[in-house]
Design a binder for this molecule. Structure first.
Ligand code: ADP
Ligand code: GLC
Length: 478
């Protein structure tokens, strides 16, 4: 089975968040099912040097008016197709916005061209004879790929759209319809129109044959007004075609192998203790008896960082510690710096993005905090489980699906793997942090939870099987 995956980011080439982890992990996971996946993404300026060694496999003089080419290259065993269109992708800033954080004004065009190129590649095949059986689009950036494929009607290849985050919907003014080569007669509420505008995510939700999102709980949540962010109606209409499939964790995230920290497993947690000492040192924090928690996150409203800032003083008062790595909203960064100045011996802060450091943090810490307001899946709680770094999470989306709360019953049955907040507010986070302090003090209970967490299966095997089943189902439906 040949699948063309369309994404705006994928590891190991380019990453701003979990979408990249998932888009880069899926080809490897699906390989087990004999799926031959190629991953199409823009040739951003940082990726241009890779094109020297890549093979030109497809080109067109006009993709929505742009001349574009697709170059194939293999990186870490993944088959990538880099879409070359310097006018749209060869830019100095970030992949979605300029260096100052302002979104590119032509983002709709940048990702419409990616989507149209995907549809054309599916229709025409590549010059090495590769022909897709299925198109798999990710998020709003690729939402128009299923749309173009269906509306052009040149081939019957079915498509899947995966929602990684419904908060990002790809809103475009209705004036752009013609520029995007979308038919005016499709501009109505049952199709492309969305509150007087166009949403590329909604378009994908209407035209894809199957819709997936990244956890079963989120699949239910987005059908409600509280979490659907306006798209709950469309999702209720397509409820039969919507499946929640949990993300997995790639093998590169393992406590058992690393040059960067002392490797450990369930039987050698002594090494984790040494990593803890090293982590405290790295963040210039003194020895600490209470739990050492970490946060590795984008600093945004979604991630509940404001709740955390309000809850932390009482946690610090009870001798808890925290190392935080993240970047994002300037007001949150400032508030974190202020908190750090008040608790210099308990709070270590790094503003920035650093994958190697994040791994040392998981290897050394006792707990990872994820108090998100909503979380489609979340990956850091999964890393936490694998590393025996117990997750303290909000009761939402993939967090709710992956962490077993340390309530009395679960503690008695010895099944608990973390702490789940009862509500998503500051008081509930303070309660959860109190539980963290209390449970951490009970060394035997803590160790049992660590072991439970580390043996929980968080790899891709089951989820890959479900993706494969969905591909098979849509291939077999007329
Ligand atoms: P989201 O995609 O919403 O940001 P996820 O939990 O799905 O949330 O994925 C975030 C990914 O980005 C994880 O792999 C996490 O480790 C990583 N990450 C986030 N912020 C940082 C950072 N400042 N430094 C290193 N890695 C980070
Ligand atoms: C999004 C979500 C996150 C999810 C990731 C990968 O960025 O916010 O919860 O884990 O996509 O699917």
């Amino acid at each position: 089975m040949r699948v063309l995956s369309i994404t705006s980011e994928a590891i190991p080439l380019i990453k701003t968040g979990g979408l990249a982890d998932v888009a880069g992990a899926l080809p490897k996971a699906l390989n087990e099912h004999d799926v031959d996946m190629r991953v199409l993404l823009p040739a951003y300026n940082t990726l241009r040097p890779l094109m020297d060694k890549a093979n030109l496999l497809w080109k067109t003089k006009s993709c929505l008016g742009y001349e574009v080419r697709a170059f194939a290259l293999v990186k870490d065993g993944i088959q990538f197709l880099l879409l070359d269109c310097p006018a749209l992708y060869d830019r100095e800033g970030g992949i979605y916005n300029d260096g100052e954080g302002a979104d590119y004004v032509d983002n709709h065009m940048r990702f419409a061209v990616l989507s149209m190129a995907a549809a054309m590649i599916v229709e025409e095949g590549l010059s090495d004879g590769w022909q897709a059986d299925i198109l798999h689009a990710h998020d709003w950036q690729a939402g128009l790929a299923p749309t173009y494929l269906k509306l052009r009607g040149k081939c019957k290849v079915p498509s899947v759209l995966t929602i990684h985050n419904i908060a990002f919907q790809g809103w475009v003014s209705a004036d752009a319809l013609q520029q995007l080569d979308l038919p005016a007669e499709e501009f109505h509420a049952g199709s492309l129109e969305y509150w007087g505008q166009l949403s590329t995510l909604k378009a994908g939700l209407v035209f894809a044959d199957a819709i997936t999102t990244v956890s079963p709980t989120y699949a239910g949540e987005i059908k409600t007004p509280e979490f659907g962010m306006g798209l709950e109606g469309v999702l209720n209409n397509r409820s039969r075609d919507l499946t929640g499939i949990l993300n997995g964790v790639d093998d590169v995230w393992s406590p058992a192998k690393s040059d960067d920290f002392l490797p450990y497993d369930v039987k050698s947690l002594g090494n984790k203790a040494k990593n803890r000492t090293a982590l405290l040192k790295e963040f210039s924090l003194p020895k600490m008896d209470g739990p050492l928690a970490i946060v590795v996150s984008r600093l945004t409203d979604q991630k509940g960082i404001d709740l955390l800032i309000d809850a932390l003083p009482s946690y610090f008062a009870r001798r808890g510690g925290l190392c935080l790595l993240g970047s994002g909203a300037p007001d949150l960064e400032i508030a974190l710096h202020q908190l750090r100045a008040k608790f210099p011996d308990q709070f270590g802060l790094r503003i920035g993005y650093d994958e190697a450091l994040s791994k040392r943090m998981f290897a050394g810490a006792d707990a990872v905090l994820v108090p998100s307001r909503f979380e489609p899946c979340g990956l850091t709680q999964l890393y936490g489980l694998r590393f025996g770094t117990l997750p303290v999470v909000a009761n939402t989306g993939g967090l709710a699906d992956t962490v077993i709360n340390a309530n009395t019953a679960a503690l008695q049955k010895k099944t608990a793997t973390g702490i789940v907040m009862t509500r998503i507010d500051t008081a509930a986070l303070m309660e959860a942090l109190n539980s963290l302090i209390d449970i951490y003090a009970q060394k035997r209970v803590w160790k049992t939870m660590q072991k439970n967490a580390m043996i929980q299966v968080v790899d891709w095997s089951e989820s890959a099987r479900v993706y494969y089943k969905i591909y098979s189902d849509i291939l077999n439906t007329d």
